[in-house]
Design a protein around this ligand. Structure first.
Ligand code: ADP
Length: 268
């Protein structure tokens, strides 16, 4: 079935600013749910900076990553398994659809909105326990399109769920306040807040140094009565895994590298 009809729950990942680790958190959340036995889809609707395929080592030029347009919708890429039937982790991104990933950068409003609508309703996901949606930073027309498409779905209450990502600096924290207001106004239920890049773990002695201020995410969560899921330090190992991507996506292997980040989502 194409679209969201066989998807049980959706979590949209939001951040006030770019570069705070939103795609990183989206990928780790999806992997954590997958490691717990769920069937997971990861959808990247960040049209101008789609980084999810790279994080998973999914190269659109490889034949196994070709997206096919069928009568039932677009086929997502199967990750960790080559077969559509056995794959429990599927991925779709704008970056897999364009000949040149930079094409979308010059798109204007209506074209962007049409593409987001197509990505949300035209993918043949099959049965999924969770669909994780990585969005662009901020609260722009793209987010309003995502929200209105999800709101039109029959089970909107299971779909309008948001996870917020911030860094500890006040500038990022202030932007997250706007995300919270957006969620309140659009009836998104906030499942939690993550403070990313919260300190630096030395790869030699494992000691964590707080480079920036710390604890702002926790205070913000308390102030707005939203669950604080935890702090994720700058982690050299995580960065290497995300940059190399391929380590997580050896086709045919049901094996993923467990990271500290994945533990934050165990009770989501
Ligand atoms: P965003 O989606 O908010 O623009 P990304 O998730 O793409 O940000 O992260 C930006 C860069 O920072 C990426 O190279 C990513 O690997 C790195 N990064 C994000 N969070 C961490 C972290 N906790 N530890 C190490 N590197 C991180």
């Amino acid at each position: 079935m194409s679209g969201l009809g066989s998807v049980k729950r959706i979590i949209v990942v939001l951040s006030g600013k770019g570069g705070v680790g939103k795609s990183t958190v989206a990928s780790q959340l999806a992997l954590s749910l997958y490691a717990n036995g769920n069937r997971v889809g990861l959808l990247d609707v960040d049209l101008c900076g789609p980084s999810i395929p790279k994080m998973f080592g999914v190269d659109r030029n490889s034949p196994s990553n070709t997206v096919y347009e069928t009568e039932e919708g677009m086929t997502p890429v199967n990750v960790f398994s080559t077969s559509n039937e056995t794959s429990r982790f599927k991925l779709m991104s704008m970056a897999l659809l364009l000949d040149n990933a930079n094409d979308a950068i010059i798109w204007r409003g209506p074209r962007k909105m049409a593409m987001i609508q197509r990505l949300l309703t035209g993918v043949k996901w099959g049965e999924l326990d969770y669909l994780i949606i990585d969005t662009p930073p901020g609260t722009s027309d793209e987010h309003i399109t995502v929200m209105s498409v999800l709101k039109q779905q029959e089970r909107a209450k299971d779909f309008l769920r948001a996870l917020l990502v911030t860094t500890p600096q006040m500038l990022s924290i202030n932007d997250v306040r706007r995300e919270i207001t957006f969620c309140q106004k659009t009836a998104f239920h906030i499942v939690g807040l993550i403070e990313n890049m919260s300190g630096y773990v030395c790869p030699h002695c494992s000691e964590c140094t707080n480079i920036f201020a710390q604890g702002g995410g926790n205070l913000l969560a308390e102030q707005y009565s939203i669950p604080f899921l935890g702090r994720l330090p700058i982690d050299h190992q995580l960065n290497t895994i995300l940059d190399q991507g391929v380590q997580q996506v050896e086709k045919g292997f049901e094996m993923i590298i467990e990271t500290e980040a994945m533990k934050l989502f165990e009770n989501i």
